[in-house]
Design a protein around this ligand. Structure first.
Ligand code: SAM
Length: 216
């Protein structure tokens, strides 16, 4: 099976390389389940100074990403994977949820994340976007962290990435708004704080009942 390709377009590809090169995301690549490819938007910039931004029409603070470099970068990413879904992290997008991560993990399309900076992007780029996603009602400096959060939440659900087959199924939000129960590990007593006795009992039915009661 060919690895699923996840691409990013950003002025700071090193943010992706640092984060996706460790732990589960590294394992997903090492197991050939995922292939990451990061494109530097600057390489698609205009003229000798590789310009990527400009002032907004109508006035206002800050700069916007220009359409030409964004279009060229998305078209280059599409040449690598023509069927890939193009995702734009933006505070104006649909709110990202575990359910969306689950269905994106089940899907087999590649993904292309378009990461804006400054005050955002020329709106015409949205004609190339399949999905606009917000990670919450707050504003970050760029689309890289939102893209990484979405990528992490999806890739860890791809079969074969997580160790235990069931670990993702019983996690928080996997079934509606449920939250996982509290968990403990050794030692049984630490600085006067004891692990709930039922968890040490070996009584699986009682443990399940306790966990169901404790889960939010
Ligand atoms: N001027 C924009 C506004 O008021 O909505 C904010 C621009 S923000 C400084 C730069 C970029 O970071 C955004 O265009 C978007 O790509 C990304 N970003 C910031 N917050 C985000 C969020 N909550 N969810 C997804 N992307 C976000």
């Amino acid at each position: 099976m060919q690895p699923r390709i996840i691409q990013s377009i950003s002025l700071f590809p090193e943010i992706f390389e640092a984060t996706l090169g460790v732990s589960m995301m590294w394992k997903a690549q090492n197991k050939q389940l995922i292939q990451f490819q990061h494109h530097n938007l600057r390489e698609f910039g205009i003229g000798p100074r590789k310009q990527v931004d400009d002032t907004p029409y109508g006035g206002g603070d800050g700069m916007l990403l220009k359409p030409e470099p964004l279009f060229a970068a998305i078209e280059a990413a599409k040449r690598i994977d023509p069927d890939a879904l193009v995702i734009l992290p933006t505070p104006r997008g649909e709110r990202w949820r575990q359910k969306a991560a689950m269905s994106m993990a089940d899907d087999t399309h590649g993904l292309i994340f378009v990461c804006a900076r400054y005050e955002g992007y020329d709106e015409r780029v949205t004609t190339l976007i399949d999905r606009q996603v917000s990670i919450g009602d707050f504003v970050l400096t760029g689309g890289e962290l939102p893209a990484l959060m979405i990528i992490d939440s999806v890739v860890r659900l791809i079969p074969g990435v997580l160790g235990g087959a069931t670990s993702a199924e019983i996690e928080s939000f996997s079934d509606g708004d449920n939250l996982e129960f509290p968990q403990y590990t050794r030692p049984a007593e630490f600085r006067g704080m004891e692990v709930p006795e039922v968890l040490l009992s070996g009584n699986h039915a009682a443990i399940e009942a306790w966990r169901a009661e404790q889960a939010g």
